[in-house]
Design a protein around this ligand. Structure first.
Ligand SMILES: *Cc1c(COP(=O)(O)O)cnc(C)c1O
Length: 441
């Protein structure tokens, strides 16, 4: 474990605020009222000290300068230019040029905005291809977009499900559907990482297959940004959207982002215009006609929440300090691999291939996340058998101060975030899971 210890030293754990065991109901935690074992950064990342102090700075500027803060700022970047602090870092995280990203609005709103611009169905090419059991907000967005164009979502939204007895989609099955049905598909849109299973889709090959068939290819990166390295520009992705409160730790309801490939710059993409997408040089001249910023930032509509940007920037500075995705991915592979190796040793573990044929009714779990590290990020999704034990196991974990998150009916997700989790966190989680099973009556 000497390698692990070195890697643990590289973590920025002390820069983050961990809830205590008391705060989360960890009455049986071995470290008393110490920090809880937080493995839920895939859902809501932790508060960082830098985020907190950056937000405090904005409160200070607001109090000290009020409206003047838009143009000059007592301590930092004027509010007018605040996204300049974060756009280049977000661009680096997704593998894009700074002009290809905009930090704005919220995820589902951005998804609609992008679909409004890119989903242009015709009677021949009208389908939206996505994963079955996409995150519900995305499912609602796809169905309502189809509907708003006069299509029946049951026909227009094409959902792909894993094969019988399997939990994740196979690359060859996805590519085959794109190749066979491509001429009827307007938009291919998957999540970079599937929220439920933790599967990291083969983004490059899906994008290529979609582009080869003349489809638009978009990605929802809610669970991928800050978790896995990506190259949206080089992969020729058309658009992408994300939130920042998961692995990027921007705080509940934080500001979101989008990517539009620069090849679209001069095309006739409708931009659903607002004043913040107007050329900065003339924005405050309050002209009656819209003169968009070239690139993704021309999609901005409203002046953004400075408090949200400040919180995001505080966390992104820690990403820079940690060495961005090359370093974090390395640590993530080691942490997730360690957690997996501990879970596989459990006497309650059953391999996914044996779940269907199991006659035994003894409580057990399997891991539905792919075991190939290249097909997953930081998250492992545990499926419990029978499904009725999921909630008691989840409560058991919580009593030991281990915070994952439960997804009905039978899954608990555990995500060691490389920027603040440690190998010890993985060990506590694995031990607590064993105890939680042992405590089932
Ligand atoms: C977290 C998540 C959302 C949440 O959407 P908001 O608009 O931020 O509330 C949507 N889609 C996916 C895939 C997610 O993982």
């Amino acid at each position: 474990m000497s390698d692990a210890i070195t890697l643990d030293k590289a973590s920025l754990r002390e820069q983050f605020v961990f809830p205590t065991n008391t705060g989360v109901g960890g009455t049986r935690a071995v470290n008393g009222d110490g920090p809880c074992t937080y493995l839920c950064g895939n859902s809501l990342g932790l508060l960082s000290k830098t985020a907190e102090s950056r937000v405090q700075r904005e409160f200070h500027a607001w109090g000290a300068q009020a409206v003047m803060g838009h143009f000059s700022h007592v301590e930092g970047t004027s509010w007018l230019n605040m996204t300049d602090d974060v756009d280049p870092i977000l661009a680096e995280l997704v593998g894009a040029k700074p002009s290809e990203v905009a930090c704005m609005s919220t995820l589902t709103a951005n998804l609609h905005l992008m679909l409004n611009s890119f989903y242009k169905p015709t009677s021949e090419r009208f389908k939206i291809l996505c994963e079955g059991k996409a995150f519900p907000s995305d499912q609602y967005a796809f169905a309502s977009q189809a509907q708003s164009h006069g299509f029946n979502p049951k026909e227009a939204v094409l959902e792909l499900f894993p094969r019988e007895g399997e939990y994740v989609l196979r690359e060859e099955d996805i590519l085959e559907v794109i190749q066979k049905q491509g001429s009827t598909i307007a938009v291919v849109i998957f999540s970079g990482i599937q929220y439920y299973t933790g599967q990291w889709f083969p983004m490059k090959s899906i994008t290529k297959a979609a582009k080869d068939q003349g489809c638009i290819c978009g990605w929802d990166l809610a669970h991928a940004i800050g978790n896995v390295p990506m190259s949206l520009h080089d992969w020729d992705v058309d658009f992408a959207v994300w939130c920042t409160y998961k692995y990027l730790n921007s705080g509940p309801g934080g500001i979101a982002g989008l990517f539009v490939h620069e090849k679209w710059d001069d095309r006739e993409l409708p931009k659903y215009a607002g004043w913040w997408g107007n050329d900065r040089a003339t924005r405050f001249e309050m002209r009656p006609t819209f003169s968009p910023i070239r690139g993704a930032q021309g999609f901005q509509q409203s002046n953004p929440s400075t408090l949200c940007i400040a919180a995001l920037y505080g966390s992104l500075q820690l990403f820079q300090q940690a060495g961005m995705m090359p370093a974090l991915r390395k640590r993530s592979l080691a942490l997730t691999g360690h957690l997996e190796s501990l879970l596989l040793k459990s006497s309650f573990y059953v391999p996914p291939s044996q779940v269907a044929s199991r006659s035994d009714k003894k409580p057990a779990f399997t891991i539905i996340t792919p075991n190939d590290p290249e097909a997953r990020g930081s998250q492992l999704s545990l499926k419990f058998l029978p499904d009725t034990i999921m909630v008691p196991v989840f409560d058991g974990l919580k009593s030991f101060g281990v915070i994952g998150d439960e997804r009905n009916p039978d899954v608990i997700r555990l995500a060691p975030a490389p920027i603040y989790n440690t190998f010890e966190d993985c060990e506590v989680a694995a031990r607590s899971l064993e105890e939680a099973f042992n405590s089932l009556s």
